[in-house]
Design a protein around this ligand. Structure first.
Ligand code: NAP
Length: 253
């Protein structure tokens, strides 16, 4: 199947590591060109060096919590490639702990980057894609916590369900103008973040594995391939929904 990604252009935030990088890799392998961003220049440069042999890639340092970030990323894509076809919006996850134990500063920081950063970026990209007339697709990297709470990740449990509804709301508003908006719900994918969470609470790994029918964590490329498909024209009739990539762990069908 041809995904129709060749020559298309995607912005990937949080694209220097983990699920963002895995998606950028899958997009590049299909001939898509990317603008990747994250906060750390060394990580961005490393990712650009890895992806460039696959497909044209530019990187820039940008914090998703910064109100200027979405506009700058779109501007860069326009300058370098002359078009934009969509975005994958990923960002570092909120700090662990129960909802009750997180203090106001932790909630505020997570709200600014995980919630408002993603809302601002998705609405800015959606408006840009609609204005261009060609449409496109936006994927928000959320979490299985959008559907079912994860013990010990209270802030995630608080913010992700709202983001899934924001994606639905944007999909309603922008569908008539050819813009698709989706949530992606990773369960346990073996990235640096998952490794750090498991180091902090080794018992959580055993508990998580026991609840995954496929009996293992996912590999980042297993997430990246699904994300690239959903962003591609091959998924042209999928919008306003959230897709779990979780080895069967969610208890909702
Ligand atoms: N991996 C999983 O199994 C899993 C499961 C459920 C949900 N999630 C969620 O999926 C998202 C990605 O997870 P991951 O496993 O890929 O994490 P990761 O391995 O820690 O990678 C996070 C990426 O985001 C960048 N980033 C962090 N904060 C940022 C910010 N404020 N602005 C821009 N970029 C930022 C990081 O680079 P810099 O440090 O350079 O900024 C890095 O490139 C997180 O929100 C996580 O909670 C992951």
């Amino acid at each position: 199947m041809d995904l129709g990604l060749s020559g298309r252009v995607f912005v990937v935030t949080g694209g220097s590591a983990g699920l963002g990088l895995a998606t950028a890799r899958a997009l590049a392998a299909e001939g898509a060109r990317t603008v990747i961003s994250s906060r750390d220049k060394e990580k961005v440069d490393r990712a650009v060096a890895e992806l460039s042999p696959l497909s044209p890639t530019v990187g820039t340092v940008a914090d998703l919590a910064d109100p200027g970030t979405p506009g700058r990323l779109l501007e860069l894509a326009g300058e370098v490639y002359g078009r934009v076809d969509g975005a994958l919006i990923s960002v570092g996850g909120p700090s662990p702990g129960t909802a009750a134990s997180a203090d106001d500063d932790q909630w505020r920081a997570a709200f600014e980057s995980v919630f408002l950063g993603a809302v601002r970026c998705s609405r800015t990209v959606a408006a840009h894609l609609a204005k261009g007339g060609g449409g496109g697709a936006i994927g928000l990297v959320l979490s299985s916590s959008a559907r079912s709470p994860i013990t010990g990740l209270g802030i995630s449990n608080g913010l992700r369900p709202g983001l899934a509804m924001v994606a639905k709301d944007l999909a309603d508003e922008y569908g008539p103008r050819g813009v698709r908006v989706l949530g992606l719900l990773p369960g346990r994918i073996a990235t640096d973040r998952t490794a750090a969470l498991d180091r902090a609470r080794p018992e959580a790994r055993e508990r998580a594995l026991a609840g995954i029918p496929l009996g293992r964590y996912g590999e980042p490329e297993e997430f990246g391939r699904v994300a690239a498909f959903l962003l591609s024209p091959a998924a042209s009739y999928i919008t306003g929904t959230s897709v779990p990539i979780d080895g069967g762990a969610l208890r909702t069908p």
